[in-house]
Design a protein around this ligand. Structure first.
Ligand SMILES: [Mg+2]
Length: 317
C-alpha cells in the first residue's frame, strides 16, 4: 500500500501561498503551507511528504538551499517543484541542477501547476512501488520463509559485521546455538505440518525474549537456530539461554493436529574468550565452541544450557 502525504507549499509570501493552497485544496489535496523555510524543513520530515512546492527567493534559506539540504541528508525520494519569477534559460538550468525536479514560473498558471503536480505524483507512485518491491526482495533474500528468522546466508554476512563491531568497540559478543530436542521424532510421529508449527512457535518464543533491534535470530539448519547477542557477556548470554530453555519447557505448542510439549538444548560461546586476530578464525571458533557446547548439552541428557562456566566445571570435576 502506498503512503498518502500532504503537499507542502513553502513561500515567504502569505498571499501567494494562500492562492496556491486554495487551488490544491479545490483538487482534493491535503496541503500544509509554511512561510518560513527552516520551519518547512521540520514539517517535511515529520509529515514524510514527498511533494514539495518551493519558492526560490526567500529571506533566510533560498529554495535551492532547501532542496540541496534535503537532497544531501534524505534517503527518501521527494519531488520538488520550484516556484519563481526567474525564467531565463540559465536560471532554469541552475534550478534543475540544484536538484529540483520541475519548475513553474510566477504568476502561476493554475492548470499548468496541477498538471505538473500530477506528473510528479505519477513518478512518486512508481518510486514507492519500487521501494516496496525492494523491501519484499530484501526480506526474501535475508529471511527464512517459514519462521521469519534470518536465513543462514544473512547469518554468515551479518556475524562477520558483528564481530568487527565488537572488536572496534571492545565489547563482548555472545552467540547461542539452540536446538529442539528429538525434533525428528515429532516429524515422524505427528507429521511435517506439526513440525513446522513447532518451529514457527519456537522461533517466536525466542524473538519475544530478545532485545528489539539489537539481538537477532537466524535459522541455522532444520531445527537449529543461532541467536546473536551483541555487547552481551558470557554470563548474561547463559541467563538468556536458560530463560529461553525454561520458557520452551513450560510452553504448550499448539499445532494443527496436536498440542505438544517440547524441550530444547543450548550451547553458548562468547567472543571475548579468545584473542585470535583473524576474523575468519574468530567466526569459526565462535561457532565451533557453541556447537561443541550444544553437543555437551545433548550428551548430558538434553533440555539444558552449556557455556564456558559449565565446561570449566566439567574439566575440573
Ligand atoms: Mg519569495
Amino acid at each position: 500500500m502506498q503512503n498518502s502525504f500532504p503537499i507542502i507549499v513553502i513561500d515567504d509570501d502569505p498571499f501567494f501561498s494562500e492562492v496556491v493552497r486554495q487551488v490544491l485544496l479545490h483538487q482534493g489535496y491535503e496541503v500544509i503551507v509554511s512561510n518560513d523555510a527552516a520551519e518547512a524543513l521540520d514539517i517535511i520530515q515529520t509529515t514524510q511528504s514527498r511533494m514539495i512546492l518551493c519558492d526560490w527567493m526567500m529571506p533566510d534559506l533560498s529554495g535551492l538551499e532547501v532542496i540541496q539540504l534535503l537532497r544531501s541528508c534524505d534517503k527518501q525520494y521527494r519531488y520538488f517543484i520550484l516556484m519563481t519569477a526567474k525564467n531565463s534559460s540559465d536560471e532554469v538550468v541552475a534550478g534543475l541542477s540544484a536538484g529540483a525536479d520541475d519548475y513553474v514560473t510566477k504568476p502561476i498558471n493554475k492548470i499548468e501547476l496541477l498538471a505538473r503536480i500530477q506528473c510528479g505524483m505519477r513518478i512518486i507512485s512508481q518510486q514507492q512501488e519500487i521501494e516496496e518491491q525492494n523491501v519484499t526482495l530484501k526480506s526474501l533474500a535475508e529471511k527464512d520463509e517459514l519462521t521469519g528468522a534470518y536465513n543462514r546466508r544473512y547469518f554468515n554476512q551479518a556475524l562477520s559485521k558483528e564481530i568487527r563491531r565488537a572488536r572496534r568497540y571492545q565489547q563482548p559478543l555472545s552467540l547461542i546455538l539452540a536446538d529442539i530436542d528429538h525434533f525428528k521424532n515429532i516429524n515422524d510421529q505427528w507429521g511435517h505440518q506439526a513440525g513446522d508449527d513447532i518451529l514457527t512457535e519456537y522461533c517466536s518464543i525466542q524473538q519475544g525474549e530478545l532485545r528489539f533491534d539489537v539481538d537477532w535470530v537466524a535459522r541455522y539448519g532444520g531445527e537449529e537456530f543461532v541467536i546473536v547477542l551483541p555487547n552481551t557477556s558470557h554470563l548474561k548470554a547463559l541467563q538468556v539461554a536458560e530463560k529461553l530453555r525454561q520458557k520452551v519447557e513450560l510452553n504448550s505448542f499448539v499445532t494443527t493436529n496436536v498440542v505438544l510439549n517440547v524441550t530444547s538444548s543450548y550451547g553458548i560461546a562468547t567472543l571475548d574468550e579468545t584473542s585470535s586476530c583473524d576474523l575468519s578464525d574468530e567466526f569459526s571458533s565462535l561457532l565451533k565452541r557453541a556447537d561443541e557446547r550444544l553437543y555437551q548439552s545433548k550428551a548430558r541428557g538434553r533440555n539444558q544450557c552449556t557455556g564456558v562456566i559449565h565446561a570449566l566445571k566439567a574439566m575440573s570435576a
